[in-house]
Design a protein around this ligand. Structure first.
Ligand code: NAD
Length: 351
């Protein structure tokens, strides 16, 4: 029976993960969701699990050491899955500092508290023994590897070469996680996943943003020539990969997660226009953002061959489910795009 601390569970991937594991992937005794509920967090995503006696929500900051210590001593976690982050590249270009404090200091705070609670002899600096069955999992991104040319793929051995303040902060966090394993022997894993899509994604990211604009007949802002290539993975497949790593990953290892679905942004935009019955005149090319990586591609052979994981959804199936979800949840979209979203949108894509 697992006692899990999930951070950032009110966000896009975190909320999908909570739904996924409470449905029965693991035998869960307790799941605490620690989330600051920033603009990106939405507790409405979790309304259907609020009555589940295994689920506890705590509003708070991963950088708050006293709070994290209190939660560890109260709930005796054996597993941490760390999603909480500032996650949007565009925002990191205009406000880098919060990315460094949330993504790096937040990670180090969690690692430090986990180390002191899980270490068998906490005061012995030479001891590398930890309670059995404990694990810290860092949810990272393929963006830490930087950009590729027209060929090649990121493997777990590709040197980190982040290009945006967001990816640099995630790479910094990964390095701290690695250091806690190398220095103290803390049982950790790092997962580096490609672009996710699916339900509950805040409409600042490509797919929900474009669906939202299509439905309102608003222009679809496409950066530069739209030929930035990403690998796309349906969010539930990311959740199943994280579970495979929690269950079978070797401590200290990094696992890339990807779906072998390379698509240029403009291809995604055209697919959405077509699926929603709209014309290409809605496409509006806007000035590219600085440091925009041209191409990412993930070699997922380590996780598939060593842990036996593979995606359950093809790109077509995942996109069909995603589009249907947003069409069925237009009220959700209206609520998350009211208020502060409007001024943000003007700042990013306005003239
Ligand atoms: N979205 C993707 O395509 C993708 C791909 C690979 C990896 N990732 C990684 O997965 C994780 C989750 O991504 P997402 O897209 O769900 O992000 P998101 O922005 O939707 O959610 C982030 C969550 O973290 C919370 N949060 C932010 N700062 C916090 C703090 N200081 N303390 C506690 N909670 C805080 C927010 O309230 C929000 O609920 C991130 O670490 C991201 O780097 C995302």
């Amino acid at each position: 029976m697992k006692r899990i601390l999930v951070t950032g569970g009110a966000g896009f991937i975190g909320s999908n993960f909570i739904h996924y594991i409470l449905k029965g992937y693991f035998n869960i005794e307790l799941l605490v969701n620690l989330d600051l509920v920033t603009y990106a967090g939405n507790l409405e995503n979790l309304s259907s699990v609020e009555g589940d006696s295994r689920y506890i929500f705590v509003k708070g900051d991963v950088r708050d050491r006293k709070l994290v210590q209190k939660l560890f001593s109260e709930y005796e976690f054996d597993t941490v899955v760390h999603f909480a982050a500032e996650s949007h590249v565009d925002r990191s270009v205009v406000e880098p500092e919060i990315f460094l404090t949330t993504n790096i200091i937040g990670t180090q705070t969690l690692l430090d508290v986990a180390k002191s609670y899980w270490k068998i002899e906490p005061d012995n600096k030479y001891s590398r023994e930890f309670k059995s069955g404990v694990k810290y999992l860092q949810v990272s991104t393929d963006e830490v590897y930087g950009a590729l040319g027209t060929t090649g793929m990121f493997t777990e051995l590709t040197p980190l070469s982040p290009n945006s303040p967001y990816s640099a902060s995630k790479a910094g966090a990964d390095m701290i996680v690695r250091a806690y394993h190398e220095t103290y022997g803390l049982p950790v894993n790092i997962t580096r996943c490609s672009n996710n899509y699916g339900p509950y994604q805040f409409p600042e990211k490509l797919i929900p943003l474009m669906i939202h604009n299509c439905l309102e007949n608003r222009p679809l802002p496409v950066y530069g020539d739209g030929m930035q290539v990403r690998d796309w993975l349906y969010v539930e497949d990311h959740c199943s990969a994280i579970c495979a790593v929690l269950e079978r990953g070797t401590a200290g290892e990094v696992y890339n997660i990807g779906g072998n679905n390379e698509k240029a942004n403009i291809q995604i935009v055209r697919l959405l226009l077509h699926s929603l019955g709209k014309g290409e005149e809605l496409i509006t090319y806007v000035k590219d953002r600085p440091g925009h990586d041209r191409r990412y591609a993930i070699d997922n052979s380590k996780i598939t061959s060593q842990l036996g994981w593979k995606p359950a959804y093809s790109f077509e199936q995942g996109m069909e489910q995603t589009i249907r979800w947003y069409l069925d949840h237009q009220k959700w979209m209206e609520r998350v795009t009211s208020g502060a979203y409007q001024s943000y949108y003007q700042r990013m894509y306005g003239k």
